[in-house]
Design a protein around this ligand. Sequence first.
Ligand code: ADP
Ligand code: MG
Length: 255
Amino acid sequence: MLQVTNIKKSFSDKEVIKGIDFSINKGEVVVIIGPSGSGKSTILRMMNALEFPTSGDIALEGDSVLYKTVNGKKQPRKEKELCKFRAEIGMVFQGFHLFAHKTVLENIIEGPLQIKNVKKDVAVKEAEQLLEKVGLSDKRDQYPHSLSGGQQQRVAIARALAMKPKMLLFDEPTSALDPELIGEVLIVMKDLANEGMTMAVVTHEMGFAKEVGDRIIFLDKGVVVQATTPQEFFAASNENERVNKFLRTLTRNTV
Ligand code: ADP
Ligand code: MG
């Protein structure tokens, strides 16, 4: 589904992504784990064409997201084409990013109406189905500020799904939530995974990573330190020093 090839990224003269390769198969849930500042958000933003790598390429179903070849010459895609890819890869952010002045329903139908030219009655019907799916039918006409963080994040997931994306990217979707609201968002994500949605998830929720992840990619200082199954990653026999150091830090913070 998605192929990341030798991606590097520098901000000014600081290289923060130092040559990363991985791929995500259709229906797979890849969990990206790593310390703060290791480059997780930057990778996701490049996967969604919100940020251009300094070198390397990203392909969605074999098509380069970033470049097109004209007369044998590679050129960066124009904004309009990047938008087309963005519509195919949904993104859910830590801070929800809902439109504050729009109701829950309006938030969900905005993309289909504006970007995909879906008829309003069709968009509304689909939005209502999505609200049912995330358990928020009764919030249809409310504004985001009247919802809890967990509810807002579920609206954000419904909004991403309304675009019928080929895959979904989650950047620490539960990190801004009070602990008691994390579960309701993880349940929605787990349901999506079980339905076969292709997902890349940056999270510190190790329970989710273990249970729902098909693969774990551990990132540190802009390189992939380990890419393996959850079984191997969390096994007592995993002797990778950087992985163990990170996992110990998490345990200390949550106990
Ligand atoms: P993570 O999501 O793993 O915490 P980020 O991808 O946000 O890490 O950041 C990786 C590194 O890149 C950090 O050192 C961060 O300061 C730097 N960085 C990220 N975005 C920018 C930017 N727009 N300009 C300059 N430096 C940035
Ligand atoms: Mg981040």
